[in-house]
Design a protein around this ligand. Structure first.
Ligand code: SAM
Length: 259
């Protein structure tokens, strides 16, 4: 096997089809490969990810990112999520909170070219790297935001401004609920990525979500297709206005999680 082959992200067309009822186009596959190479390059300067094997990259960064947004992939150009407020002329908007090296936001922006995807992280160094990566990928449907979500969630231009909010590996689920729900438009959808999940956690999350104007719409459990690890994707729907006191000041959601 040549060195080139060792660094080729697998196509996995059948697995994409079976598990997500979706497959990347040839152009999207090229973008996934470019993304992988840019991440490897960035890893030399910044500690972005410990996942560098192409197969593991495919499963943990590409498949996992897109498994969470599967409900959006099944109708990418339609009006999902069914928001009343959104004008037909603007593209649906999504924010990835605590995006780190760009996950799940960048694979999402590649898979949903008609959506506008905002990537938020508090670490400036990571955002500077992300900006370079986005221009190398020619991903014009993305925006970058540097800051703490507790502050962004209180700003008029962001609060109640997104159709969908994603959050993976940032905090516990009730903290993630406090980060996501204020940013959503009425009827918007928060998607929280988890590994393991228990019934007790559902009860705590239910209480937190209720205080924030949301409901738990669904909890989906999946086994990853290569390493057969467990994943849970929590879908929260915004059904009422989030009280203005949320999100609380920087650090408070983590120190005193809603329960
Ligand atoms: N979501 C990415 C992933 O799954 O690969 C990165 C996860 S990384 C473990 C957590 C990221 O969340 C870090 O880059 C950190 O800077 C960011 N973060 C944590 N708390 C945050 C906050 N309150 N506001 C904005 N970003 C935050």
């Amino acid at each position: 096997m040549t060195n080139d082959k060792l660094h080729l992200v697998p196509e996995m067309s059948e697995i994409w089809q079976q598990t997500l009822n979706w497959q990347p186009t040839a152009q999207q596959q090229v973008q996934f490969q470019q993304l992988y190479e840019l991440i490897l390059e960035g890893n030399r300067q910044l500690n972005l990810t410990r996942i560098t094997d192409p197969q593991e990259f495919w499963e943990k960064h590409l498949w996992d990112s897109l498994r969470g947004i599967a409900p959006l992939l099944s109708s990418p150009s339609s009006t999902y999520p069914p928001v009343g407020e959104r004008s037909r002329t603007t593209s649906p908007s999504l924010i990835d909170i605590g995006t780190g090296a760009g996950f799940p936001g960048i694979p999402t922006a590649i898979a949903l070219p008609h959506w506008t995807v905002s990537l938020l992280d508090s670490t400036r160094k990571k955002m500077t790297f992300l900006e370079k990566m986005l221009s190398a990928l020619a991903l014009t449907n993305t925006k970058t935001l540097t800051g703490r979500v507790e502050e962004i969630g209180q700003q008029n231009q962001h609060r109640q401004n997104y159709d969908v909010a994603l959050v993976r590996a940032v905090a516990t689920a009730s903290v993630c609920a406090e980060y996501t729900l204020p940013l959503l438009k009425p009827n918007g959808l928060a998607i929280i990525y988890r590994g393991n999940w228990t019934e007790e956690e559902t009860t705590t999350l239910q209480n937190a979500v209720k205080q924030l104007g949301g409901v738990i719409e669904a909890i989906a459990q999946f086994t990853t297709p290569v390493s057969t690890s467990i994943r849970h994707y929590l879908y929260l729907r915004k059904v009422a206005t989030t009280p203005v006191k949320f999100p609380r000041a920087t650090g408070v959601p983590v120190q005193k999680p809603l329960s």
